[in-house]
Design a binder for this molecule. Structure first.
Ligand SMILES: Cc1cc2nc3c(=O)[nH]c(=O)nc-3n(C[C@H](O)[C@H](O)[C@H](O)COP(=O)(O)OP(=O)(O)OC[C@H]3O[C@@H](n4cnc5c(N)ncnc54)[C@H](O)[C@@H]3O)c2cc1C
Ligand code: SF4
Length: 329
């Protein structure tokens, strides 16, 4: 499979990158590590005329933490750097763990934080070569008017399968997004539209610049649990991030549970968190919270494995994640 033709643009500052994106609009695409984008281009899913490469922009590559301002991570930070960061290992373990379960070490050396957060949604009928896809009519995600997964369905249900977003959403993270002449800070959860066809609330001329986590999150315990075919490599079939904080010795002050790979966007299991809040942790309570997480999971048959099995595994992984997060708090 060959890459389509494109012009490679190499800005040396964020300002220059934003200029280029403003100039080329929908014809341009940002590239960071390229581990997802180039595969999609080879499959003929995307054919941007310009690739705006962020790799030579040092101001996007940093990890900064202070006890008042909290944690800030530049968009271009490699997953391997994030995993190896002592402050993230010690104070934001859920993030370190989720990143360490992305793909495999060679891809963690290339893949970046923003590239991971900005992953496209995936589907067995979409992430295929052009030749493979030609055997079927176009579906909603490729501009057609049908879905091969849900017969008679009226929208695309391609799955969001990023591992890092659930951990960061559970930590209450925000993202800074910039375009020429303006920037905005939004909760990371709001980056995801829930639409399989167009999963990100990001315009063509916008760049995700950094991720921010409040300092208080450094005191919370967290865990990320992942189900995948091959432990050494694959995207999640289910992922569950849990973050908890204590009130005194035995009471849960706050709990946040976020699921991935079971819908078109990461899902905050609000009822599960609410059930745990203000309670002492018991087996019965953990089972109730896991049941509430199960209720909001909506896997369909589009990323491998049986959806009802994946949904059952939400219950299992949620229990494990809550228990581990509590011990680490
Ligand atoms: C075999 C294989 C297995 C994988 N397994 C996993 C897995 O288990 N879990 C997982 O989460 N991922 C997995 N991935 C996906 C991918 O490797 C990682 O998510 C990686 O972190 C993507 O980062 P990148 O820098 O390479 O992104 P790129 O490929 O460079 O970009 C991905 C997308 O993000 C956009 N983008 C990049 N940076 C920015 C920015 N700053 N602002 C706005 N948009 C931006 C790009 O335009 C593109 O649309 C896998 C990939 C492969 C090939
Ligand atoms: S879920 Fe349906 S519409 Fe979406 S990519 Fe898959 S087949 Fe296409």
């Amino acid at each position: 499979m060959r890459l389509p033709k494109f012009e490679h643009l190499q800005p040396e500052s964020l300002e220059e990158a934003l200029e280029l994106l403003a100039e080329h609009g929908e014809q341009a695409k940002v590239i960071a590590g390229g581990t997802e984008l180039l595969v999609s281009m080879k499959h003929g899913l995307l054919a941007p005329s310009y690739l705006v490469n962020l790799k030579e922009i040092p101001e996007l590559n940093f990890i900064a933490y202070d006890g008042e301002g909290g944690l800030r991570i530049g968009a271009l930070t490699k997953l391997a750097t994030l995993i190896g960061s002592p402050v993230i290992q010690e104070s934001f373990a859920v993030l370190s763990r989720a990143a360490s379960l992305v793909a495999a070490p060679p891809l963690q050396q290339m893949g970046t934080l923003a590239g991971n957060l900005c992953l496209d949604t995936r589907c067995l009928y979409y992430n295929q070569s052009r030749f493979w896809r030609q055997a079927r009519p176009r579906c909603y995600k490729t501009g057609g008017d049908t879905c091969h997964v849900v017969k008679g369905g009226n929208r695309c249900l391609a799955a969001y399968q990023g591992d890092v977003a659930p951990a960061l959403i559970a930590l209450g993270a925000s993202v800074k997004i910039a375009k020429k002449g303006a920037d905005r800070i939004v909760p990371l959860a709001d980056l995801y539209t829930g639409k399989g066809e167009r999963p990100l609330a990001l315009q063509a001329d916008e760049v995700l610049v950094e991720v921010q986590v409040a300092a208080e999150a450094a005191r919370w315990g967290g865990d990320y649990q992942k189900l995948r075919y091959r432990g050494a490599m694959d995207f999640p079939l289910v992922g569950v991030a849990a973050v908890v904080s204590r009130d005194g010795l035995d009471t849960i002050a706050r709990a946040s549970l976020v699921l991935t790979a079971v819908s078109t966007a990461p899902i905050l299991a609000e009822e599960a968190g609410r059930l745990l809040q203000g309670q002492e942790l018991t087996d019965e309570l953990v089972a109730q919270a896991a049941g509430a997480a199960y209720e909001v999971a909506r896997p369909v048959n589009n990323i491998g494995s049986n959806p009802s099995y994946r949904r059952k595994m939400v219950r299992v992984l949620t229990k494990r994640a809550i228990r581990n997060a509590w011990v680490r708090e």
